[in-house]
Each structure stands twice: as C-alpha cells, then as structure tokens.
Design a protein around this ligand. Sequence first.
Ligand SMILES: *Cc1c(COP(=O)(O)O)cnc(C)c1O
Length: 346
Amino acid sequence: MKFDLNRLVRENVRELKPYSSARDEYISDGSKMVFIDANESPYSNGINRYPDPQQRQLKTLLAKTFSLSPANILLGNGSDEVLDLIFRAFCEPHKDNIITMPPTYGMYKVLAGINAIENREVLLTESFELDVDKILESKNSNTKVIFLCSPNNPTGNSFSGIHIENLLNNFQGLIVIDEAYIDFATKSSWLNRFDQFPNLIVTRTFSKAYGMAGLRLGVCYASEDIITILNRIKPPYNVNELTQRKALQMIQNTALLEEQITEILAERDRMIRQLAEINYINKIYPTDANFILVKVDDADKRYKEILESGVVVRNRSTQPLCDNTLRFTIGTPKENETLLKILNSL
Ligand SMILES: *Cc1c(COP(=O)(O)O)cnc(C)c1O
C-alpha cells in the first residue's frame, strides 16, 4: 500500500483556508516602509510589532544547521503545541485513534484526551524496547498516528533503529518520533530520513539540552507536504517576538551548548558509578538522556526522605513497568553531589 497523506488529513482541515495575517504579507523588519496595516501601536519599544508568523530567520538558521529546507520546519509554543497541532490536523474526534507505548511521556495521552481521540496503549517490553508486532496488531484503519519517544522519557533508553524502521515501513499512518533528548544520545537522529519515510515526523524542543525551557519553543520537522498542512492550522503568531529573538541569539552559541552537554554526560557517567554503590538502589536503567531512572527498595519512602532533605526528584512508580522507580535529572556537579550525599545518608 502506498502512503497517502491526503487520506490522513481531517476533512475540515483539508478544506481549510488559513487566516492571512497582516504580517504574513509584510514583516516590519526595520526597513524604511511605513507600517500602518496591523493596528499595532506605532511607538517603538522592541515589541510593539507583531512577530514574524513564519519565523523566517529562526527557520533559516535551523535549516542550515540540519541540512534541511525551511519548508521542512514548523515552530511552536513548546513541543506541546506542536504535538497538539498534529492531533488537530490529522485525528478526527470520537473516531480516530493513536497508539502510544507506556511507560512514556504523559503528554501524548493528555492531548489524546483533550482532542477526544482514543489512545491505544501497547506496553514496552520488560527491557523497555518497542514490541513491533503488538503495535502493528493493535492498529486499525482509523489509527492515524503512532507516537514514540526516543530516547524515551522516563526510561531513558533509545529504541532500536531496526524496530523503528520496521514500524515506519509497515504503518501507513504518521509516526512521530519525539527527540526531546536526542542531544544527549549516542543513537543517531531521524531528522534526515524524510525522503525515505514520507510518514515520518520528528519533534524536538529547546527545553532540554538547549537550556530554554522558559522560552517555550518546540520544533516539528517533516516533509514539506506535512508541514504545509500543519501551517494551515497553526495560530498566526504562536511564537512570540522575544522567543524568536532570544532563541536566534542562543542557538548561535554552539560552543557553550557543546560544553554543557559534555559536562552533563560526564556527570551522568559519574552518577551511574556512584549510584551503583548504594545498597537500596536495585537497578540503574541504561540511559541515553540527561536523566537516570533507578529502581529502589521503596520509592514512596525514599522519595519522601529525599524531599525532606531539600531535593525534588521524580517518583515514576505509578507508570507501568516502573514500580519503585525514581528519576533523577542530571544537575550541576554541585547539585549532583548534594543528591549523592543525601542518598548515601539514608
Ligand atoms: C520535556 C519533554 C518535551 C518538552 O516539551 P516542551 O513543551 O517543548 O517543553 C517533549 N517531549 C518529551 C518526551 C519531554 O520529556
């Protein structure tokens, strides 16, 4: 069966004409033109103009960085907005379904609920790997999207490339690979595989390695055809002026980014060695991300003890396959030392 994108698009979206904003036609980029077209305030303060709805400068920079075209990129107010746009473009409420693989990032399920889309859950295997046969068995003709997170939150591992490729080849809907943690991973990204896999969407975020969680900037990379559809439904000014400007500035400081990632990876290795010495930590799961999932003797008790010592970690015990697990984000060397001291004193 051939991949047919048009079949996947919601009917109302297929027909939709996007809102054409004043700034879609002309952006006020410091040129000598007089802009009295958008009912903005004329008094310059750095943010009196609407931002570029197509975020041209940012996309050009990202496209260059990843050897793509700006037409392969959609930006959103955090990757949460990007994920929501995917639901709203492709999933018909009360009719379509998606597949997710718990334990994983909670937002896919929440967004399915908000959009009235059935969420079919296929558990990861005991070793937190994709169960490709079960995933393919659970789809039907209304399955529009499979969401997979690699490296996966909260388990930390990346999925086997062969399994992912198998899914891409055998599913005629969309496959979203959430690469929020890819900058910490040894496994390679799926970013440059759109020609080979027309059903592939890769999402990324500036909230983790890039250090801009407060900025709210998420990215969707996909074929031009998919991006064109998402652009049709995105709010015109979804990425504000301050975010665009700050991100442009920070993305160009690649030396700092690389230095921070190197330190986090070194700290991660050190933490793994130190955590292995603690007798109530029964298992340290392999990680390709900036956090470590561990299994302890009694997660609720340990969580409370750590909290009372002034450190907030994440208790993931309510997630399937994650009984008695805690998730530790890698902090600064000093913060990590604080956690280790507490853990060693319990
Ligand atoms: C943290 C995280 C994100 C980030 O979402 P933003 O809305 O961009 O901050 C996305 N996906 C996963 C799996 C995450 O853990």
